[in-house]
Design a protein around this ligand. Structure first.
Ligand code: SF4
Length: 343
């Protein structure tokens, strides 16, 4: 039996090669690329600049899509929409669309599950199944775009999975997101968030990628970080900061430090002072994320504690933003993605 080729996720070069190897001129690869990523709303049948014979060939040879929307949950609190997708091998992933005036941010997944095992994270409790393919990453955006009809302005790799443990596919998908013939997003509109996978942070710096880097720090010292993020035992704060200094050297771009506030664990004024000392030489911004209660041992910090933590950082000249969660009523907030409705 002939195995079908999957178009979704293919680069322009790959599509051109596909055309050439089937005796069609190379430039049709460019047309398929534009159709696939810019005009996927349109049925292939109705695409006027692709010859009928090539359309027939594609129909016979290729699968186009990789994901199916299984469920769409819309928040009653804000306009957040959570998408549950089913993959071809019957696995589930989630993406979240968040609209804030003229900003439409889509939080996408990079893996099915995650094995980094951060103690406060619902996805971490699932373990890892597999990495997502380039096409599965890109198609999340296509489906969100189709279903919201609102132009996407920002992408954050903060959904399920550790993006730097699926490094190549994440970087390849970013190339499609920024390609003018596809999504045409600026590099600084894409944020890749890592829990601190050091070899890939170093590679990211070495390869001089311009996407924004976010580091999920969550603690001002190893004692606390070891407890809530086991990855810290492998690559501790000191090692992490040494690598990130290189990022600082090479670019003027700000590093985002994500900090989930956990009641009584990492949210005291002393913790804030220690954090500001740790970050004082970085061109950075701290995103404070009030914890979203999931099953487990952790509790959300009081709002007064959260505000006090932010004020302390400001006093020490650290730029800070409190990211009050979106879509909590549909379990779409940070750390809540876990495809619990798959059964
Ligand atoms: S916070 Fe991110 S890296 Fe940590 S377990 Fe959850 S998905 Fe994985």
């Amino acid at each position: 039996m002939n195995k079908k080729i999957t178009l979704m996720g293919m680069s322009q070069n790959e599509l051109e090669d596909y055309c050439l190897s089937n005796d069609f001129p190379k430039f049709h690869g460019d047309q398929i690329f534009r159709w696939l990523y810019k005009n996927n709303n349109q049925e292939l049948e109705n695409v006027s600049n692709i010859p009928k014979k090539l359309k027939e060939k594609i129909k016979n040879d290729c699968d186009i899509n990789l994901l199916k929307i299984k469920k769409k949950s819309i928040s009653k609190i804000d306009k957040t929409i959570k998408f549950l997708f089913e993959t071809k091998d019957y696995k589930f992933i989630e993406s979240v669309s968040m609209i804030d005036s003229d900003r439409h941010t889509v939080c996408i997944s990079s893996q099915i599950g995650c094995n980094v095992d951060c103690d406060f994270c619902a996805t971490g409790k699932m373990g890892i199944d597999r990495n997502l393919k380039v096409g599965e990453i890109v198609e999340q955006l296509i489906e969100v775009k189709k279903n919201t009809n609102i132009p996407i302005t920002n992408i954050v790799f903060m959904g399920m999975g550790e993006p730097f443990l699926n490094y190549r596919n994440v970087i390849e998908s970013c190339k499609i997101f920024t390609n003018q013939k596809a999504f045409n997003l600026g590099t600084k509109r894409i944020t890749i968030s890592t829990a601190g996978v050091l070899p890939q942070i170093d590679l990211f710096i070495k390869e001089k990628h311009k996407y924004k880097l976010a580091v999920s720090l969550n603690a001002p010292n190893d004692l606390i970080r070891d407890k809530i993020m086991p990855i810290n035992k492998k690559w501790n704060i000191n090692k992490l900061m040494l690598s990130l200094k290189n990022y600082n050297f090479f670019r003027s771009r700000v590093i985002m430090f994500e900090y989930v506030l956990l009641n009584g664990i990492n949210d005291s004024v002393e913790n804030a002072i220690e954090l500001s000392k740790l970050l004082k030489n970085f061109n950075c911004k701290v995103n404070l994320i009030p914890f979203n209660q999931i099953l487990g041992n952790y509790k959300r910090s009081e709002d007064t504690t959260i505000n006090k933590f932010a004020e302390t950082l400001k006093k020490y000249n650290i730029r800070v933003l409190i990211r009050w969660s979106k879509g909590e009523d549909i379990d779409a907030a940070c750390g809540q993605l876990a495809t619990k409705h798959e059964s």
